[in-house]
Design a protein around this ligand. Sequence first.
Ligand code: PAF
Length: 282
Amino acid sequence: MGQVAVFESVKAMRAAVAGWHAAGEKVALVPTMGALHQGHIALVTEAQKHAKHVIVSIFVNPTQFAPHEDFKKYPRTFEGDRAQLEAVGADAIFFPPVEEMYPPGFATRILLLGPAAVGLDDRFRPTHFEGVATVCCKLFTQSRADLAVFGEKDYQQLKVVTRMAADLDLGIEIVPLATFREPDGLAMSSRNRYLSPEERALAPLLHRVMQALAARLRNRDDLFRAVGEAQSEIITAGFELDYLEARHAETLAPVTSLADGPIRILVAARLGATRLIDNIAV
Ligand code: PAF
C-alpha cells in the first residue's frame, strides 16, 4: 500500500479534499482518538466501500473528558496507528495539535437534546456528548467529507452525532457499523488495554448477560423482571454497574415491553478503574 499522508492543519486537509472533490471523487472520514484496534480498521474498510478516499482523524479530544477522567493516560500510539492505516490503505491521517482544534479564545459548544439527554451515559458523563458533538461538528466542517463512519459500540454517541448532523444540515452522511468483538464477545475498545488479566477474563460476561436478556425479551418475558435479574447478575459478578437498560433503538427513550418498538439493550459498568460500555439489538 502507498504511504499515508499526515495533515496537521485544516488548510492542508482541505486542499487535499478539494482536489479529490474536483476530480469527482468521494471522501470519507473516520473520526478516532487513536490507539487503533481491529474495530477501527473495520471502520476504515467500511469507509473504503463508500468513498474513493478515506481520512482517519486521530485526536484525543480534551473537551469530552471530565477532569477526573483518563484524558492524560489515554493511550497515544501514533506510530503504530500510522503503520496500521498504511497497511489498510487509508489515504490520510488528520492529526491536529490541540491549538489547531481549540485555538486561544475558543468559546463554543453545541447544546444537545434528544438522544443526548435520555439518562444513559449522559447521566454519568454530563459534559461528554457536548464535547463529542463539538469536535465532530468541527471535524465534519473542517474535512468537508461526504460521509463519516461510526461504530455501534458507542451507540448513544452514534445517535447523538447522527441527530446533530441532520439537525445542523452539516451535509455529511453518518454510516453506522456493527460492533467488532473479540472471539469471547468482548466489544473491542482502546480502553480494554487498561484491564488486568483477571478483569479481562471477567469482562465478556457483559456481552453474555446482554445476549441472554435479549433472548428473554424476544420470548416476551416480563421486561422489568428480566432487566432487574440481568442487572443483579452483573453486580454479583463483581462489576460496578452504571446502567443496564432496555431502550427504544432509535430515540433511546425507556420502553416497557417488546411492543414499544425496536429495542436496544445498553450497558455501562466498571471493572476497577476501567469503564466498559456495550449494547446489542433485541
Ligand atoms: O468515539 C471516539 O473515538 C470519539 O468519541 C470521537 C468520535 C473520535 C470524537 O472524539
